[in-house]
Structure formats: structure tokens, C-alpha cells
Design a protein around this ligand. Structure first.
Ligand code: HEC
Length: 418
């Protein structure tokens, strides 16, 4: 499954806008937001934990074989990732390795939900099963909930689960996973979200339908004739997105349309909402944010991350894509990657105080302007296999030279701590 040819995602590093979260090396298919943090899961096999204020990456996790298909925050600040490999992993915010991980599954995981008390994690699989993980005991139970892929899953406040599947069924599950209510669906459901105890289901035919907890059809609305591919809710707000990149912002009580905007050229595979913002991600590796009030782009700060050192060179511009994850100040490992101060002449994985992956620690390499340039000529995946750093290439040799020359200037300008 790791075969997902990452080389196919030839990324061209470009300067970062504060509206954007740039760091993944492939399409992003999963998002969640809570407080001042965003979590994303990507085809690049990584999950990234982001700081909303600075748009910088705080943790990059790499565990899953194949893409990270679903992510969710836990009420205690940790998060859950699930993948094409069928595994569910529970992480601390700054965890390098998961606290708990389930064995490789029989099928890929398509959807994920966390119970309101944070103690149960449910995963919907491609083969129609729902797995429920009890965090306290580590017990994992499987239920054949649908005959085909489980496309959407969520918990009600009561702790009951609701799921929709490729068998065109919506089912509410009670304690001991007994069905409490169900409905036959008129078309293929592509996802669901719960908003104020109403179940919002999106369909391949472009409709959004609301259901009561008793599985009765409430208002429905045909948004488009294109497939809707993602849906998310926060309080009484709903967002749904189509395969052509259109996003609708709706009031969930009556499906009144607040705004509609174009978030991308291609599909928006993932959406997340908080009180004031909506985050979108899809075929482009970049995650964007928009105003929940009117769908306008959010973020006009000139730089996502305050630079340690700047000049008006091309190298500084290229460096902006690195700065979301790397500082050039000695010992500053507050972003997801190590500080790169003093990197030239140093062996790989030797910044004091940074917890490198085993893959990087096992490699034998000295960083020089030439090897750092080669790292982005061939990409971290090929040059430092197993690295947590997401795949990214700098295609243009002049840009690679400008980057390493800028790094050398910035390092020389910053004295080492006494
Ligand atoms: C999304 C976050 C992210 C981005 C963007 C990123 N890196 Fe990294 N980088 C990391 C992480 C995480 C590591 C540590 C990898 C590990 O431990 O496996 C790393 C490691 C490195 C290393 C090896 C450091 C050492 O001490 O051996 C270098 C060099 C490096 N990155 C350079 C860059 C440059 C230059 C850019 C921009 C072109 C960049 N990185 C962009 C996250 C990132």
C-alpha cells in the first residue's frame, strides 16, 4: 500500500500566505479543528498538527502505510489518526509515537468519530464494518454495520452512534450496538455530520438532507448537480463541499444558505469549522481558511511565521515554505522540525534537544549546502527514506542554490548561544 507513488506529487515550493497551511506533500483528505489547533491527514502518509495563530506546524506524525484518511481531536487535546492501512492511532499533542495503535485492519478506514466523553473512538471501514475502540481498556470491537463502505459516522450527545453506508442505509446504533432507528436513502451518501442533534447527510447527486435522531427526513436541499464530497458542522453551522471545489455555508436548522464560494479548482475532500472560520483541503497539498460569515479568505498577515532573519533574496522566499516547520535560531524546536541552525558540516539528526525519527537517526550523512540541495532535488522520501518530513521537491536548481545560500547567510548572522 505504501506504493502510492509519492514521486507523483511533484511539489513546487512557493512562498506561504497566512491564509494557507503549507507543508503536506500531497492531497489532504482529512481535517479537524479544536481551539487554536488544526489537524490534517494526507496522502503523503503524514498527519500534521498546526498552530492556528502562526500557521506553523507543531508536530508531524508518520505511522500509517498509505494515506491518512481520517483525523479527529480528542477532548483532552490529543488526537486520533486513521489510515488506508486500517489502523487507528491515539496521539498526545507532541507525541512522536502513538500512545495506542490498533493492528493493521482488514480494510481501509473511511471515517472516524470520537464520543462526546472522548473515551470511545469509532471507525467506519471500506468493507462496511464499524470498529469501536475503548480507550481505557484498549478493547476493539467490530460490527458489521453496513453491507458496503461506511461513508459517514458520528456520535450523538447521548453516546449513540449514527452511520451511513454504500448500502444506502442510515442507522442509529444504541448501547451494545443495537439498531435504534434506520432509514433507506434515495442515493449514495458520501458523508455525514451532526449539527444540534440533526444528522446532515451529503449525497452523490448533490443533495444535502437532514434527518432527526429517529431517522426521519427533515428539510432537504439540492445544492448542485455535482457530487457532494465533504461535510462538517460546528454548533448550528454547516458546510458542504462539492467535487468541483464549491463550498456552501448553511444554517443547519432550515438549511438557509449563508454563503457559497469557490475554495479550489478540484475536489474539497475535507472541511473543518470553528466559531468563525472554515478550513478546506483537497487535491492541492495546501489547506486554506475562510470566514464562516461570508466565505471570504481569512488571513492577511504578511508572513505566516515571523522570520529569524530576512533579506530580499529569492532564497528568503524559497525558505518561507521551510519556515512553517523549521527555525534558524539555535535550539528553537518549537515548530514540527528541528532548528537548522549550524546545519552545514553537521551529521544528520544531531541537533541537540530534538527528538528525531529512528529512520533519520539510522542514516549516515553530513549536511552541506550540496546535500541539503540534493535533499530537495530528489525529495526527502528518496533521499532520507522514512523521514517524517513530508515529501517536497524544489524543481529549479537556481532556487535550490538560492535556498542554501540564504540558509548559510541566516545562520552566519545568528550567533550561537554562549
Ligand atoms: C511540514 C513540516 C516540514 C517542512 C515544510 C519542512 N521540513 Fe524539514 N523536517 C521536518 C521534520 C519533522 C524533520 C525531522 C524528520 C525526522 O525526524 O524524521 C525535518 C528534517 C529536516 C532536515 C534534517 C535535519 C537534521 O538535523 O538532520 C533538513 C536539512 C530539513 N528538514 C530541511 C528543510 C528545508 C530546507 C525545508 C524547506 C525547503 C524543509 N525542511 C521543510 C519537517 C518539515
Amino acid at each position: 500500500m505504501r506504493g502510492l507513488s509519492l514521486v507523483a506529487w511533484l511539489l513546487f515550493v512557493s512562498p506561504t500566505l497566512a491564509q494557507d497551511f503549507t507543508g503536506h506533500g500531497g492531497p489532504v483528505g482529512a481535517l479537524d479543528v479544536a481551539g487554536d489547533r488544526l489537524i490534517s491527514g494526507s496522502f503523503d502518509t503524514r498527519a500534521i498538527l498546526w498552530d492556528l495563530g502562526s500557521s506553523s506546524a507543531r508536530n508531524v506524525t508518520r505511522l500509517h502505510d498509505g494515506n491518512v484518511t481520517a483525523v479527529s481531536f480528542l477532548p483532552d487535546g490529543g488526537f486520533v489518526t486513521a489510515g488506508q492501512d486500517g489502523r487507528i492511532a491515539i496521539w498526545q499533542p507532541d507525541g512522536r509515537a502513538p500512545d495506542m495503535v490498533t493492528p493493521p485492519g482488514v480494510a481501509a478506514i473511511a471515517s472516524l468519530a470520537v464520543s462526546p466523553d472522548g473515551m470511545r473512538v469509532a471507525a467506519g471501514l471500506w468493507d462496511g464494518q464499524v470498529q469501536v475502540l475503548e480507550r481505557e481498556t484498549g478493547l476493539l470491537q467490530s460490527h458489521q454495520a453496513h453491507r458496503e463502505r461506511v461513508t459517514g459516522l458520528a456520535f450523538f450527545q447521548s453516546g449513540d452512534l449514527v452511520s451511513v453506508g454504500g448500502d444506502l442505509r442510515l442507522v442509529r446504533w444504541g448501547a451494545a450496538f443495537t439498531p435504534q432507528a434506520s432509514a433507506d436513502l434515495p442515493d449514495l451518501p458520501n458523508g455525514l455530520a451532526i449539527s444540534e442533534e440533526r444528522v446532515a447527510v451529503i449525497f452523490a447527486e448533490g443533495a444535502l438532507r437532514l434527518f432527526s435522531p429517529e431517522a426521519e427526513l427533515l428539510p432537504e436541499r439540492f445544492l448542485t448537480d455535482r457530487p457532494l464530497v465533504s461535510v462538517s458542522a460546528h454548533g448550528g453551522d454547516l458546510a458542504a463541499a462539492a467535487i468541483d471545489g464549491t463550498v456552501w455555508l448553511l444554517r443547519s436548522s432550515d438549511l438557509f444558505q449563508r454563503a457559497v464560494f469557490q475554495a479550489a479548482e478540484g475536489p474539497v475532500w475535507a472541511l473543518a469549522l470553528d466559531e468563525s472560520q472554515v478550513f478546506t483541503a483537497g487535491a492541492e497539498a495546501t489547506i486554506r481558511r475562510w470566514s464562516l460569515a461570508d466565505g471570504s479568505p481569512v488571513g492577511d498577515a504578511p508572513e505566516a511565521v515571523a522570520p529569524d532573519y530576512r533579506d530580499d533574496s529569492r532564497g528568503f522566499e524559497v525558505w518561507q515554505a521551510c519556515a512553517v516547520c523549521h527555525s534558524l535560531q539555535p535550539g528553537d524546536h518549537a515548530r514540527a522540525g528541528p532548528s537548522l541552525h549550524g546545519i552545514f558540516g553537521q551529521p544528520i539528526a544531531s541537533q541537540p534537544g530534538y527528538d528525531y525519527s529512528e529512520a533519520l537517526r539510522d542514516l549516515d550523512l553530513i549536511w552541506t549546502p550540496q546535500t541539503v540541495a540534493e535533499l530537495f532535488e530528489y525529495g526527502p522520501e528518496a533521499y532520507t527514506p522514512g523521514s517524517r518530513m513530508p515529501e517536497q521537491l524544489i524543481a529549479n536548481p537556481t532556487d535550490r542554490e538560492a535556498l542554501v545560500a540564504f540558509m548559510a547567510r541566516a545562520i552566519a548572522a545568528t550567533p550561537l548561544e554562549p
